[in-house]
Design a binder for this molecule. Sequence first.
Ligand code: AMP
Length: 391
Amino acid sequence: MKSLRDLELKGKRVLMRVDFNVPTDKENKILDDAKITAALPTIKYVLEQGGRLILMSHLGRPGGKKNGKYSLDKVAAHLSSLLNLPVTKVDDCIGEEVQQAVGKLQDGQVLLLENVRYYEGEEKNDPEFSRQLAALGEVFINDAFGTAHRAHSSTTGIADYLPAYAGFLMENEVAMLRKALGAGERPRMAILGGAKVADKLGLIHNLLNKMDIILIGGGMANTFLKAQGKNVGKSLCEDNLLDEARKIIQAAQDKKVRLVFPQDVVIADAISADAEAEIVDVDGVGSDKMILDIGPKTIEAYQKLIEEARTIVWNGPLGVFEYEQFAQGTRAITQALAASNATTVIGGGDTSVIVHELGLEEGITHISTGGGATLEFLEGVELPGVAVCEH
Ligand code: AMP
């Protein structure tokens, strides 16, 4: 990837796409600033090098219209406190007012544009909108890994008009996910959970070509168990994918990938806080029960396998971790990963949240900041926001 380290930044107008799409509450307060802090190394570097930094991001889904609810004002205030520097905020992302503010920027100063999704052109990757954004800068840096799977004006379109470089967050994400997928030491392991096989088909097929061993848990395990003739009762199960599941099991055998399923499971009558949990072997699931977590024997077996792996990537909870009775499997696997000496990569979304909730970040090599972007990367899809930094 083209790195911004190769760039002379002093006095340059640096237009940088960041992913400041932070979660907010009903009062519009920022609930979690991880996406902002993740971009700080690149922001600080550009400012220290004397660049004139113009930041842009989306926030939520304003649908191509101006809507104060999705304004980046609150982000500007928070960024200013994190940097301990003034952050100028403009109420638009293109046009005369913005051009004037950009013209006043001095070396080492930072300006934040308003939500780029206030314009329909953004998500349509409209060349005219891209051109107007690009006119603000002399060089384009993409540090928004979380939005890299979208070919929008501010993530890719601008690169038709300005030289594009990867920021540090983008660089690091791509390097770590590539390591997890193929460049890392063997044995390489993937741990897959989450609700459905259907959502992870692309992922499973790509991982079958990259991994030595794949551990399965979560709702998706049920479809595989049923495909192997087990009774899964009322569990979440995709009957339309039973053949596909058998094909995946066969493909794993052909490719000599160890595909490992739960031996025992935690079951209950319902998904609720007061549901009574019971542990049974996978052959002992009653017809009126639901499988909601992996059991203790499975946890122990998975822990041992994790100890033997040298590179591990994990996506998706192993049970309905939102309820205490069904959170044990996910928790134990997180702890095993944190204790492992392997290169450990957490593949975004729910799985990252769990690691943060348990406070086990320190033990993990890399926690991806992307949700959909991370998943698509692990599926082997070339992300447009990454591709523009490479050509
Ligand atoms: P995903 O977004 O595909 O990673 O799925 C995450 C969701 O899967 C979480 O909300 C979990 O509650 C859910 N999940 C995990 N295990 C199970 C299970 N055994 N049955 C039903 N849902 C599950």
